[in-house]
Design a protein. Structure first.
Length: 94
């Protein structure tokens, strides 16, 4: 899950220079990022249908003070990733 967040961050940072260089054609490549999120969410469908416990990930961020980054994919967040990722992929393809 955190890998997808990092991938979106990298795409957002690279997007201005890609659009400046390639013009509208850059959006086809940038659409792969929400497309990857869409495909990943679809692969998580069996876990969503099975119910709790939902897929989660925890990464220790600052262990000396006990901070960690925790993510969880519940039913509503799964639905949002499918809708937003699917629409983002489609809009980049048009």
């Amino acid at each position: 899950m955190l890998q997808l967040v990092c991938l979106h961050l990298l795409a957002a940072v690279a997007a201005p220079s890609l659009v400046r260089t390639f013009g509208r054609r850059a959006f086809v490549g940038l659409a792969a990022v929400p497309g990857a999120a869409f495909v990943w969410a679809l692969t998580q469908t069996p876990a969503m249908l099975a119910g709790p416990p939902y897929p989660s990930q925890s990464v220790s961020w600052v262990p000396s003070i006990g901070l960690s980054l925790d993510t969880r994919l519940d039913s509503l967040s799964w639905l949002m990733v499918v809708v937003v990722g699917g629409i983002g992929w489609l809009m980049g393809r048009i």
